[in-house]
Design a protein around this ligand. Structure first.
Ligand code: SUG
Length: 445
């Protein structure tokens, strides 16, 4: 049976805006209050999906969440009609309005952690929805992420979707952005590397001092237990706290891995030499680590350009490519490095540049926008086929974006009740295009 990796990208929602909401994410903080262009953002994301589909990869799409999240506002004590609630929040709690209007669900690398069926006791792919407890605008995502994952990976005989972990930030879990599967071949058992920012239950030990460590060791361990992973297939590795303080809020900002290759900065992990040795051992020597020294590309440049937030992909013919954001081409340090890398390193054959600037301005690169799912020809039959990208689906989605999305959104737009109605209308239609059934709270009342 043929095994492969599918990438599911988050479609950017119609409320995409720059709220400056994410602490420790330098792009989000420094672009606060810029005027966004949701239409362009969604089309940029769709173009990336089509490009990868054309390269012969299996590419899927995840629907965005419904915003504003009135359900969360109701849970926080607001009542009345949608317009009443919007009006109250807009006049008295503008910061709350910004949070419930965030389109952050586009970064689906934070939707869930995914374990391959080769590692699980019941031979199903297991996914745990991330609780995203570190930030309010993200902590409201799990219920809808759960619904969308269930409607996308809809066969329960093949996919097991777990709810997000309880107990708040002590059990902070940010999903696949802090998780990498290494294996010699898709479908074969390998190693799951869980990367955490801090141990929540120990007072001592290294931790960042300036920015939050979003992922806790205890959460990563709970996910591994929940997926039934054998201990010998798991590694729990700490991020270097100084790098979190320099803006590396998720591991995927400083490292990417696939199959038997890890591409990372020399300041990605605590005790990095030991981590790499262990990976070599666990992979029986067939393992390649490309560690980029600070003297070639600094952590600051990595955070600015998102060079490591790339997709390391194996194409059907065997070629390995690195999909990087346009910001890497604009920066001489990263561009020269990447040119030399593809010439000199056997693990990277080519570099593909994608323009996803709208997402990048909020600190979301190519790897943030995708959730990887280890697949085979049996598993794919359990996936909702309307969530897979082909030329026709791409065209339908682009037309849907053109019909519904604005090309300018700022803080004032969020106060406009017509904008709220537009968002709900667009998403209601999208659930029909993707054949999702009711996944949003406004469709369930
Ligand atoms: O959680 N940005 C997201 C970016 C997530 C990127 N994902 C990965 N690295 N996998 C975050 O920091 C900004 C929203 C705003 O400011 O409007 C934001 O939430």
């Amino acid at each position: 049976m043929e095994h492969f990796e599918a990438n599911f990208d988050g479609l950017v929602g119609p409320s995409h805006n720059y709220g400056g909401l994410a602490k420790g994410n330098i792009a989000s903080q420094s672009n606060q209050s810029l005027t966004s262009n949701p239409r362009q953002a969604a089309l940029q994301g769709l173009a990336k999906m089509l490009t990868l589909h054309h390269m012969g990869l299996v590419q899927g799409v995840f629907a965005p969440h419904a915003r504003p999240d009135l359900n969360s506002l109701r849970q926080l004590g607001f009542s009345g009609t949608s317009r009443d609630i919007l009006n109250k929040v807009a006049t008295k709690h503008p910061e709350l309005l910004q949070a419930v209007y965030s389109a952050s669900s586009m970064w689906v690398a934070n939707a869930a952690t995914v374990s391959p069926r080769a590692h699980t006791p019941d031979n199903r792919v297991h996914m745990t929805v991330a609780n995203l407890a570190s930030h309010l605008h993200r902590a409201i995502e799990p219920p809808t992420s759960y619904n969308i994952l269930r409607s996308t990976f809809r066969d329960e005989q093949r996919f097991k979707i777990h709810h997000d972990l309880s107990y708040g930030a002590l059990m902070g879990d940010e999903g696949a952005a802090n998780h990498t599967v290494f294996t010699h071949a898709y479908g074969e058992p390998g190693i799951e590397m869980f990367v955490y920012g801090q141990r929540s239950l120990y007072r001592d030990g290294p931790r960042p001092s300036h920015f939050p460590a979003r992922q806790s060791l205890e959460a990563s361990q709970a996910v591994a237990r929940q997926h039934g992973l054998p201990e010998e297939r798991c590694m729990f590795v700490q991020q270097l706290p100084a790098s979190i303080d320099a803006g590396v809020f998720h591991n995927d900002v400083i490292a990417v891995g696939n199959l038997d290759t890890l591409f990372c900065h020399e300041y990605a992990f605590q005790d990095q030499a030991r981590v790499i040795d262990e990976l070599h051992d666990k992979m029986q020597g067939n393992f390649t680590a490309i560690e980029v020294p600070e003297s070639d590309v600094s952590v600051a440049t990595a955070v600015k350009t998102y060079m490591f937030n790339s997709q390391l992909l194996k194409l059907p013919g065997g070629k390995r490519i690195l999909v990087v954001p346009g910001e890497c081409e604009e920066n001489m340090e990263t561009w020269n490095f990447l040119q030399a890398l593809k010439e000199s390193h056997p693990a990277i054959d080519d570099v593909l540049v994608v323009d996803i600037k709208q997402s990048m301005r909020n600190g979301g690169g190519p790897a943030c926008l995708r959730l990887r799912v280890p697949m085979d020809h049996d598993l794919i039959m359990g996936v909702n086929p309307d969530c897979l990208i082909n030329e026709e689906k791409f065209n339908v989605l682009c037309q849907w974006v053109e019909r519904h999305y604005r090309d300018r959104v700022d803080a004032d737009t969020l106060r406009d009740p017509d904008f709220m109605d537009e968002n709900f209308r667009a998403l209601d239609e999208l659930t029909r295009i993707l054949n999702l059934g009711p996944v949003y709270p406004f469709q369930m009342n």
